[in-house]
Design a protein around this ligand. Structure first.
Ligand SMILES: Nc1ncnc2c1ncn2[C@@H]1O[C@H](COP(=O)(O)OP(=O)(O)OP(=O)(O)O)[C@@H](O)[C@H]1O
Ligand code: SF4
Ligand SMILES: [Mg+2]
Length: 428
């Protein structure tokens, strides 16, 4: 019996016509993303003068952990996101990277307000409205401006709905166009993402993985968003399809001036798409910087370890490329280590690291790092760079002889920063 919701594949008129999957020859499959990207668009450039479309300040998400039994008491919290601050520039893209479980998706879900944060603020748009505390009713107009692209194009589309219904749903929910204008708008969007506009009445199972992701992208574009949270948008795709989808996202970004928070494991993809990158570890941002600083002058031992694991990322600026292997597992976010959360796996950890949390210190025009011994590989200092600022001695105990200095907490970048060589505040 034929399921009306799942019409059989029509061999005369297949949805998979663009041949994107078919063009992925074995030879291409062996190439790295970085090599493939060279045949596509140039890497996205940074506009240092762009105003932030989103400014996140000290954002926290603690999930309660409940006891078992009849009376379920809260016995702890998963500190999934614990006081992170960053900005996404208008029309730009910030990459968010880090190991599994570090809080990337939770951050994306907070920004799209699928979750209500435990603390912190998120200023959005020209009016700088704080979306962290808004009620659902207050949020409704803003939901149009912030959309999400999900990782898995196989599960993120409802298999029982046609592509037209999927892409057109936001238009109906938000009542933004008359009913008779929904289909033309859907067809226009399908064309924008490189799909055949006549395929609006097909079902997701008739499309390839790359095409399904294009449907997800069309759905996210329906309401002309200002910010897209893309959570691992290409990691489920073959490498040659990844490059095509990234090229599409770059085109859309340019054409519609969309900003991206781009969540990904793959540092090569992030390097191509994101002029700025934030590195997360166990709910914290440990380093955030422009592309050149992160990829060629990383100062945090965790960033250095992550980069060393990517074969096609040249660490020319760091003078070494051998793999830095991290010992042990990521600790539980229910009971994270004291002081620096990375200390249980850090090859450089000293006494101060267990006692005092390193602040996210601005060390360059667009570079911040949270490490007492911040430095490039092979150039980490012997004494903590932070002790004078924090008013502590080398072991991290309070030092009455040293007056603590204010450490900036601006979610963006200040005009002055702490120069690691001179141990002084400097400006450009
Ligand atoms: N709804 C929830 N309730 C309780 N804990 C949660 C919830 N969602 C996420 N967590 C926990 O929060 C932490 C961060 O999870 P998150 O999904 O944000 O990580 P991630 O960086 O996106 O990981 P991945 O790379 O695997 O997608 C994890 O320890 C996870 O188990
Ligand atoms: S603060 Fe200490 S433990 Fe943390 S990254 Fe730096 S050296 Fe390692
Ligand atoms: Mg995730």
């Amino acid at each position: 019996m034929t399921d009306v919701n799942h019409p059989p594949h029509d061999p005369e008129n297949p949805a998979v016509t663009e041949g994107e999957e078919l063009s992925a020859s074995n030879e291409e499959q062996k190439l790295t993303f970085a090599q493939l990207a060279q045949t596509g668009h140039a890497p996205t450039e940074l506009d240092p003068d762009a105003e932030p479309v989103l400014s996140v300040d000290n954002l926290k998400m603690y999930f309660p952990v409940k006891s078992s039994g009849l009376v379920r008491r809260t016995i702890g919290h998963v500190q999934a996101v614990d006081g992170i601050s960053f900005q996404v520039p208008r029309g730009g893209s910030l990459g968010l990277v880090g190991e599994s479980g570090c809080g990337k998706s939770t951050t994306g879900r907070l920004i799209t307000r699928l979750y209500t944060p435990t603390g912190g603020s998120m200023q959005f748009g020209e009016k700088k409205q704080d979306i962290a505390r808004m009620s659902n009713r207050e949020l409704k107009p803003l939901r149009r401006d912030v959309q999400m692209i999900f990782q898995d194009p196989y599960t993120s589309l409802n298999p029982r709905h046609t592509v037209g219904a999927i892409v057109g749903a936001p238009l109906e929910v938000h009542n933004v166009v008359p009913k008779n204008k929904v289909l033309p708008r859907v067809q226009e969007l399908l064309e924008v993402v490189g799909l055949n506009p006549e395929h609006y009445n097909r079902y997701p199972n008739e499309f390839s993985g790359g095409q399904r992701q294009r449907i997800g992208i069309a759905r996210a574009l329906t309401l002309n968003p200002k910010l897209l949270v893309a959570d691992e948008p290409v990691s489920a795709l073959d490498v040659s399809i990844q490059a095509q989808v990234i090229n599409l996202l770059q085109d859309l970004q340019q054409e519609f001036d969309i900003a991206f928070l781009f969540i990904a494991h793959d540092l090569a993809v992030v390097r191509h798409f994101c002029p700025e990158v934030a590195v997360m570890y166990l709910g914290k941002i440990v380093e955030i910087a422009d592309r050149e600083s992160i990829y060629n002058h990383a100062h945090h031992p965790y960033t250095q370890a992550l980069l060393s694991a990517v074969p096609d990322i040249k660490q020319a600026g760091q003078g070494r490329r051998e793999r830095i292997r991290l010992e042990g597992d990521v600790p539980s976010p229910i009971n994270p280590p004291s002081g620096c959360r990375f200390r249980t796996r850090c090859p450089l950890a000293q006494e101060i690291c267990a006692k005092v949390e390193p602040p996210l210190l601005q060390i360059g025009p667009r570079h911040k790092v949270a490490c007492h011994f911040a430095g490039e590989i092979g150039r980490h200092p012997a004494t903590p760079v932070t002790s004078g600022l924090l008013g502590v001695d080398r072991q991290g105990s309070p030092d009455p002889a040293v007056t603590p200095q204010p450490v900036g907490t601006n979610p963006g970048y200040d005009k002055q920063w702490f120069d690691l060589d001179s141990q002084q505040m400097v400006s450009a």
